[in-house]
Design a protein around this ligand. Structure first.
Ligand code: ATP
Length: 137
């Protein structure tokens, strides 16, 4: 499909980088189809990242993602999932290319500014996790 899902993560929202990150997303040709500032309880963060349950950083990830407000959005563009992952850059900011969101704003491998869905299927699931039908334009 032509949609992906993103979250601007707590440290980037707290640092006041929401507007700059949304600017980069829009400049790259994505259209915002849904947008909200929200918080994730530990339970909701745990559910969102359930696929990582067996990974050693799962507890840290759930604590981090529930530590403060996040900005969730559904984005539309041709080839949205792959193009958005290219725009955000590598998970570890030390490896992220120049011009990527993580190169500009990520602080570490954990506090890496943004999430981007890794498949069309997950984009759909993650979008529905955060947005009701009447919140999507
Ligand atoms: P995302 O799914 O958030 O877009 P990603 O696909 O680049 O990120 P994953 O390997 O799926 O990276 O990891 C999911 C998230 O878990 C990362 O974005 C990061 O916040 C956190 N994470 C990944 N590796 C580590 C690690 N070694 N230590 C701490 N946190 C990590």
């Amino acid at each position: 499909t032509n949609r992906t899902f993103t979250m601007i993560k707590p440290e980037a929202v707290a640092a006041g980088n929401t507007g700059k990150i949304l600017d980069m997303i829009i400049e790259a040709g994505f259209k915002i189809k849904a947008l909200k500032l929200t918080t994730l309880s530990k339970e909701r963060a745990g559910e969102f990242y359930e696929v990582h349950k067996e990974r050693p950083f799962y507890g840290e990830l759930v604590d981090y993602m529930s530590s403060g407000p996040v900005v969730a959005a559904i984005l539309e563009k041709d080839n949205a999932v792959a193009d958005f992952r290219a725009l955000i850059g590598a998970t570890d900011p030390a490896e992220a290319a120049d011009g990527t969101i993580r190169k500009a704003f990520a602080k570490s491998k954990a506090e890496n500014a943004v999430h981007g869905s890794d498949s069309d299927e997950n984009a759909e699931i993650e979008g529905k996790f955060h947005f009701a039908a009447n919140e999507i334009v």
